[in-house]
Design a protein around this ligand. Structure first.
Ligand code: ARG
Length: 389
């Protein structure tokens, strides 16, 4: 049996590679999809794939696709679930789609992934694989064999790949990084510094703030500090700038799809800055009514992406609305980077709805006396109820 395995080179997928050969009798093609992990991880993955007996190892560069088709749509939708900017959720869809495509190309019988039966990623992988390649069998060895991380470490030790101790469960891409497991599973304990890789501790951040200017066109960032910058590079550079200030550390209790609460730790420096800036620009150019409805649509879009429902037509229906609102989300936002946070300090747009003349304390703008008749009627039903009550 030929199997295509989504392979990061981490504990779970290394265990899967060996298990597929030994327990499933499979010939395994390992596939790593580049969604902007740190480059050193690819070398490690390739070495481990060879060492553990992969028949073939395939690298796919999906960074641009990831940004264009997933991250930027999420920016337009202010994608966020319970304080988490969907970094990992988004990347699962292109990753699983590539696995399906390669499996079909290689004539494989099955696609395998390293998800456990406890998390959310199994939903995103399984739903994408069955949408993109319905005829393929899906194998999830960790879930099927009901393994713990300790059992995986022990098994790999016997196979000649020693892990000195059980590592964190980590996932990363351009839009952020997640860390789970070990002492982080005690929600009362602050995460140790070693859990973080993309952000410096805010305590060590420069005391002097840095000003970053983001230029948006149609709802997506295209200029960084006045220079037109392609998406992958823009996010990379912003990760470095904001990461140095410890911006984008997120520590939340998260409600997983299965109904389990989990303590999740994330680093998402660029995502934090871009989403803040995008919201600030929308607040300048969209009407109150648009903002109110969009907030609900954004929330629904985020829940669907989090929940594995990328292939539900509602996701595209919501995007049709969101896209229509984004035509005016063009302009510039100034963000100050400070230790541990990003603060919007300026915004401008050719589509701005801000009317300085009318709103100003200093300018006449309109005849204030007209407002008195408006306040007489505003909230009238509530006052009537009180008078009667
Ligand atoms: N809780 C996040 C999500 O559902 C992150 C999942 C992290 N995955 C991992 N393999 N460590 O999107």
């Amino acid at each position: 049996m030929k199997v295509v395995l989504g392979f990061s080179g981490g504990l779970d997928t290394c265990a899967c590679l060996k298990l597929l050969q030994e327990k499933y009798g499979a010939e395994v093609i390992t596939v790593i999809v580049d969604v902007g992990q740190r480059p050193e991880l690819f070398r490690v993955a390739e070495e481990r794939a060879r060492k553990l007996g992969a028949a073939k190892h395939v690298y796919v560069d999906a960074k641009e696709e990831f940004v264009r088709e997933y991250v930027f749509r999420s920016v337009k939708a202010n994608g966020c679930y319970e304080g988490y900017p969907l970094s990992i959720s988004l990347a699962r869809y292109p990753t699983a789609s590539w696995l399906a495509r390669i499996a079909l190309r290689e004539g494989a019988e099955a696609v395998a992934h390293g998800c456990t039966g406890k998390g959310n990623d199994q939903f995103r992988f399984d739903l994408t694989l069955s949408a993109q390649a319905p005829g393929l069998r899906i194998i999830a060895p960790i879930r099927e064999l009901n393994l713990t991380r300790e059992a995986e470490v022990e098994y790999l030790g016997k196979c000649g790949l020693p892990f000195p101790s059980t590592p964190y469960s980590v996932d990363e891409n351009l839009w952020g990084r997640s860390v789970e497991g070990k002492e982080l599973e005690d929600p009362s304990r602050p995460p140790p510094e070693e859990a973080f890789q993309l952000t410096r501790s805010p305590a060590e951040a420069p005391k002097e703030p840095t000003l970053v200017t983001l230029g948006f066109e149609g709802g997506v960032p295209v200029f960084l500090n006045g220079e037109r910058t392609e998406g992958v590079r823009l996010i990379r550079e912003l990760n470095l700038l904001a990461g140095a200030y410890g911006v984008g550390r997120i520590d939340v209790m998260e409600d997983r799809i299965l109904g389990l609460k989990a303590r999740e730790v994330y680093e998402a420096p660029a995502a934090t800055v871009i989403l803040e800036a995008h919201r600030a620009l929308e607040a300048l150019v969209l009407t109150r009514e648009e903002l109110a409805v969009k907030e609900r649509m954004d929330r629904k879009w985020s829940e669907m992406v989090y929940g594995g429902r990328w292939f539900d037509p509602l996701r595209e229906d919501l995007e049709a609305f969101i896209e229509a609102t984004q035509r005016r989300v063009t302009g510039e936002v100034k963000v100050e980077l400070l230790p541990g946070r990003a603060q919007v300090v300026g915004r401008s747009s050719p589509h701005s709805l801000y009317d300085r003349e009318r709103v100003s304390f200093h300018l006449q703008g309109f005849d204030q006396r007209m407002s008195a008749s408006v306040t007489k009627f505003h909230g009238l039903d509530g006052r009537i109820q009180r008078m009667r009550g």
